[in-house]
Design a protein around this ligand. Sequence first.
Ligand code: URA
Length: 197
Amino acid sequence: MNEQLPEIERMGQQAADCRGCDLALKRTQVVWGDGPATARVVFIGEAPGRKEDEGGHPFIGPAGHLLDELLERAHITRADVYITNIVKCRPPGNRDPRDEEILACRGYLNAQLRLLRPRAIVTLGAFATRLILQTGAGISSVQGRVFERHGYKVLPLYHPAATIYDLLKKEPFFAAAPLLDELVNGGEACDARDDAS
Ligand code: URA
């Protein structure tokens, strides 16, 4: 094991053999996460899809192209942020992740956040938003607003894949670009404004 690797990468290597839930039986590989250990902002999606399962990196399929477009509009590159998912292995057929799978993976996400200590978290879609905000509020009522949770600013957004099928979600998804720009590139001016509980 390479001693020069940041702790978060070493942890990812250890998680590569994870057998914490049944997703291990069908996955090609664990998709741990990508980005610098110094990232100010962490994006959290739902679970790897087919492309991610094959390639080993988060958001490299069609949803990833939309995420890249959002980043570009916010004057951000992937090298500026950390990207991961609440569930690190692909659910067969891209079905929704089950509660027990989310729970089995939760320790990994907690450890990633503890090591990264980001300024802000961007949750992509209803599953990541529910987990991080601990709210029963629907994604449409919180998308694009900044919340404060456990010392993090949290910006919930629609899942990029949802904007492919529901064009009404596309405009509000991309409208978050200036806020994102401020969270990543701005000073401390972007104060939390809302409470979803
Ligand atoms: N959808 C997600 O939620 N995460 C990925 O990594 C890819 C698609």
